[in-house]
Design a binder for this molecule. Structure first.
Ligand code: SAM
Length: 279
């Protein structure tokens, strides 16, 4: 049976174009168009927005984004085998889908997009965290994107939304939560994908804040957080001693006990310490 957009079901598309999944490209496809439409809806109203999609593959999520009314979708795909299938989707939605063949880590996407811009992607696991870090650490804030709706391994998603005192709390949580709102919007079992990966996945919804929650210099904050969590079992006076000779005084100035450990310190404390180190 044809899907709502008049295009063939994804299993047929995969068979017709010989898109056997390649592990090296992190290919675990979503073939249920109800599910891909649901993921697209998590990104909010798409009608007035451009959407950047990384790794469209055979186009299940792309079709969801278009069906949900995205103004313009820019899809960046590394696997040339997927291009004919994506061209069929573009033909069914004249002027709304642009496909770039290339590595999302190397392509300059900004010249192809008009604000407001949302990023929605079922990311290849091997590049997902690297892309997230790039999107979270632009030179200027607010960033080019309004929101990120991203599929990750569940364990990575839990690290993004983690709170102080938990094992998952660390650099990723602090980097994201300093300047954005982040929540797990959907969890998916391995069977939702073809082929199924070994572990569960989760969609994280990240919305950019207009400004950081607490003032701090981005580079100093990153340095403090990296040093603190590099040896997360150690007391901060030991793990941070390379940052300043008088680190105990700086910790106290930030209202942090020198004997505390990184995993106990909330975002506000790290920002205060970054300011104390710059003072
Ligand atoms: N979006 C599709 C879906 O939901 O079914 C495919 C998701 S699959 C997990 C990841 C996709 O990213 C694959 O199509 C893969 O070829 C593509 N990919 C892998 N590395 C990439 C890169 N560096 N740049 C762009 N696309 C990449």
């Amino acid at each position: 049976m044809a899907a709502i957009d008049g295009l063939p079901p994804l299993r047929e598309v995969i068979a017709a174009h010989g898109l056997a999944a390649k592990k090296s490209l992190g290919q675990n496809f979503l073939l249920d168009l109800n599910l891909t439409a649901k993921i697209a809806r998590l990104a909010g109203d798409l009608a007035g927005a451009d959407v950047l999609e990384v790794g469209p593959g055979p186009g299940g999520l792309t079709r969801g984004l278009l069906a949900e009314g995205a103004r313009h979708v820019l899809a960046v795909e590394k696997d040339a085998r997927c291009l004919p299938a994506l061209a069929e989707i573009a033909a069914a939605h004249p002027g709304r889908l642009e496909v770039i063949e290339g590595d999302a880590l190397a392509v300059d996407v900004l010249s192809h997009l008009t604000p407001p811009i949302k990023v929605v992607a079922n990311l290849p696991y091997n590049v997902g965290t690297e892309l997230l870090i790039r999107w979270m650490t632009p030179k200027d804030w607010p960033p080019f994107w309004q929101s990120l709706t991203l599929m990750f391994q569940k364990e990575v998603a839990e690290r993004i939304v983690a709170k102080p005192g938990s094992k998952a709390y660390g650099r990723l949580a602090l980097m994201v939560q300093w300047r954005a709102e982040a929540r797990i919007a959907l969890t998916l079992p391995p069977e939702a994908f073809t082929p199924p990966p070994k572990i569960s996945s989760a969609v994280v919804q990240i919305t950019a804040l207009p400004a950081p929650r607490f003032p701090a210099d981005a580079v100093t904050l990153e340095r403090v957080v990296a040093a603190g969590f590099n040896q997360r079992r150690k007391m901060l006076r030991a793990s941070l001693k390379g940052l300043a000779p008088d680190i105990e005084d700086r910790l106290r100035a930030a209202g942090i006990a020198p004997t505390a450990r990184a995993e106990e310190i909330p975002l506000e404390g790290f920002c205060a310490l970054a300011r104390a180190l710059r003072a």
